[in-house]
Design a protein around this ligand. Sequence first.
Ligand code: GLC
Length: 794
Amino acid sequence: MQFGHFDDEAKEYVVDRPDTPRPWSNYLGSTEYGAIITNHAGGFSFYRSAALHRILRLRGNAVPLDQPGRYFYLRDRDSADYWSSSWQPVGKPLDEYSSKCRHGTGYTIITSDYGGIATESTYFVPLGQTFEYWRLRVTNKGPAPRRLSVFTYCEFANVGHLLNDLTNLQYSLFVSKAESRQGMIAYASHPHESFDPKDLRSSCRYWMKICGAKVVGFETQRERFIGNYGSYAAPEAVVRGSLTNFETAGENMCGTQQVDLELAPGESREIIVLLGLGTPESHGVATAEEFGSSERCASELEKVKRSWHAKLGAVWVKTPDPEFDSMVNVWNAYNSLITYAWSRAASLIYNGERDGLGYRDTVQDFLGVTPLLKSDMRGRLELMLTGQVASGGAMPLVRPFDHRPGNEPPPKAEDFRSDDCLWLFHAVPAYVAETGELEFYDKVLPYADEGSATVLGHLRRALEFNLERTGRNGLPCGLSADWNDCCKLGYTGESVMVAFQVCYGLAVYRDVAERLGRKDEVAWAVAERAKLEQAIQRTCWDGDWFIWATGKDGTRFGTKQMEEGKVYLNTQVWAVISGVATEAQGKRALESMHEWLATPYGLMLCAPPFEKTPRHVMDGVVYNKGIKENGGIFNHPQAWAVMAECALGNGDRAFEYYRAYMPSAYNTRAELREIEPYVHSQTTYASCSPHAGKSRVPWLTGTASWSLFVAVQNILGIVPEEDALRIDPCIPRHWPRFEVQRSFRGHSITIRVENPASVCKGVRQLRLDGKVVAGNRVPVSALRDGLLVEITLG
Ligand code: GLC
């Protein structure tokens, strides 16, 4: 079934019918004032942290998943009939009520049509501001005049703290206060504590104002609006049609104001709700004065669009597969930017409990956004480098607003993960290749706990961290986890994936050192890699695939003799990506991966799933078979499989894997995947599960970053280097051509690739503005605006 379509020109996904299998969500705002909204106007808002500075409440894991939200209830004062400007929460029958939702970049527009009244509600956070707009346009499409009341509704989180708000009710319900002041409603938790308008973190002060119509009533306590036995679908106050103007002191606060509209046939009216941080006196009055007009609201919305579209414009592709293009041009890019901004801290699923920047996730999140953000990501990259400790390991979590490099206590030995800093060997070179800032490697940055080093020094410490912590076979220890959070190998068991990652890191380090002219460093990296490769070859090849670990007692996990967890995705693909596998091993390992792990929805993380393996080795056994780390289709590593297949030149299989988990490929059968067909997700149930094909944990996932990265770099083969743009596609052989517009080093260039011989890989000819040039690299010196790069494969 299809519930919506991609509108790439507008950079929107249009939900054409509202009864989506789950609420489909979008993001508003920035890392200062952030918000989630669904196609039913459900969702929440927060200042910097969804856990610690929650503004609007969401009741986690409820049915449906997205209530409450930012609602407009409409009521006909003559017939007493009522509905909402989004299908939910009232939920009128869909043969009488229709609704569409346009999720765009930083804004969402929901329209409804019911009983001759059309509405359009638009939600966004203006750039650089700490308030949100809800704009409602109501049109009378019928032949008779209509008398309508409109009621707003949202719930404020008490004490601004997710857990206290939802659980510590003997406290949180008694410190709230709301009053009508300055023509708006003022809300506070801890109203008696002093308020510093410059520190919006601790304030718990909010204001809400309606512009464009006279407010005829308000309600500030939830139960007075909903009723003690009412519901969001039928709030008592809406059924009744009036409010009580009650100023609450204590209890749950709601944001309800009523305006009455009289609409002649064909007439439209617009009201604007402003809801923001601070008090009416500190922020509200001035903000409403400046931003409270329809014209200003419209121009602020344009600014939001322009700002996002400028970022997305950095890479634009046209291939024979429009579903692929929708992802690369709009949704995968936007998804990557959102994930980069919010890490794993705010969604309908990550409802705020995970706070801060998880080390490994954040460092991987750079990859997708590098071409879009360019040097704008330098600050975050430096922040993460300063989250590395002097031993070479990393703090598991970096808190961007509170991080104190040089003063952070180092993690306990048992808390180190083995892979955290190894992701720097992707993020840092990607940054340098995009910007050309080779000197970045010489920048001195502090460690989190003590001391400092150049960026190159940080990278060396990262490698030494793993080389100094090896087990009985000379392979790096798994420590508290490798990429797989469930892999529990400690200081004696060894992780084969990390062994490959260290080899990869050593190769990158060697290349960088070479370019910097550091001969000793080159020699060191070459020698270390040779040693580690030998250790891997001695221990890890099992004839048809690579094993994935050795246990504390020396057990080899992932051998043919094992009954479960025999074939593990990550070690097959990293054997190839790292270049450690011989050609024959690589081919065989990827064939085994296909035989054992491929499903129509993507590759399982391992097979057969775990049932008896002890938790102290593989904690994934706690999950049901066929989901997450227990043989689920973990979407994050799918992109690595694409990389590995491309490395061997198998463009057909790489693309088959890519489409198997590509969200837009499920748009016409969205009931299968259930979640948003425009964003990536963490995991999908594998065929052995009764939920086969359903995807879970949308939006915030390393899948977004890696998928965009491999689409552009490995499939389309547009690879930035410090001094060139290398073009090395690996496409399905049936693609006759494709085109890419790319901004690189300040120039916008066009790359046209022709594939007359129907091959997957191999550049036969490169022409720059019509002139044949040897090789497949566009040197930086040749770049200019409008440069035409023509490639013929074959
Ligand atoms: C989750 C975590 C990520 C981890 C992965 C595999 O996605 O956020 O850090 O690598 O699970 O366990």
